[in-house]
Design a protein around this ligand. Structure first.
Ligand code: FMN
Length: 189
């Protein structure tokens, strides 16, 4: 079984991110090849990067870094659930990525993005540039939700339509392929 971590990128009070993260978490659990865990950056609550050494040396001095390192090292695959802030992605996600190095290497990342007319695609594209610097592999098939609020009800539950569910299934299929291949690649090292 592969270890899939779903990372919720937004951290502000009143954020909608958890509605989409909970939805994709439930959808992921139906894929029995994956053991799924939600990592909410608001709960993980990392400070701005406060380690003196480059993370590739893994000379971590802070408990929060060691704990974040353990979580990410145990993952075989990721789904980033991200909004779009000013055509980019939220700063806490960049900070959380920058904290580590080896732990991310040669692992696939799938995306659930959301926003206005662009469905968070600019945020997703901006993330691809950063994750490839860590030898992570972006999964092309993604869930991009435009005008996402129309899918969120009064209970803050995200109710996907047929098209969104289909996109999610396509994403899981590709994510699994990359997860298998990249695990083999990591094992060869
Ligand atoms: C600082 C800020 C910048 C935003 N910029 C964009 C943007 O560039 N594109 C977009 O589609 N929505 C933008 N929005 C609207 C967000 O899509 C919307 O607020 C969404 O709920 C943010 O996700 P969150 O609730 O998980 O924080 C922005 C919102 C904030 C707070």
């Amino acid at each position: 079984m592969y270890n899939l971590k779903i990372i919720t990128a937004s951290t502000r009070p009143g954020r909608k991110g958890p509605a989409l993260a909970d939805w994709i978490f439930e959808a992921a659990k139906k894929h029995t090849e994956f053991s799924v865990e939600l990592l909410d950056l608001a709960i993980i609550n990392l400070p701005f990067l406060d380690e003196p050494e480059h993370p590739r040396f893994q000379k971590y001095t802070k408990e929060h870094t060691k704990s974040w390192s353990t979580k990410i090292a145990s993952a075989d695959a990721f789904i980033f659930v991200t909004p779009e802030y000013n055509f980019g992605y939220p700063a806490p996600l960049k900070n959380a990525i920058d904290f580590l190095h080896n732990e991310w290497q040669y692992k696939p990342v799938a995306f659930v993005s959301y926003g206005g007319i662009a469905g968070g695609t600019r945020s997703m594209q901006a993330l691809k540039q950063v994750i490839t610097a860590l030898n992570m592999v972006p999964v092309v098939e993604a869930v991009n939700v435009p005008f996402f609020t129309k899918y969120i009800d009064e209970q803050n539950k995200f109710n996907a339509d047929e098209g969104i569910n289909k996109a999610a299934e396509g994403m899981f299929k590709e994510l699994l392929k990359w997860t298998e291949s990249l695990q083999q690649m990591r094992n060869k090292k």
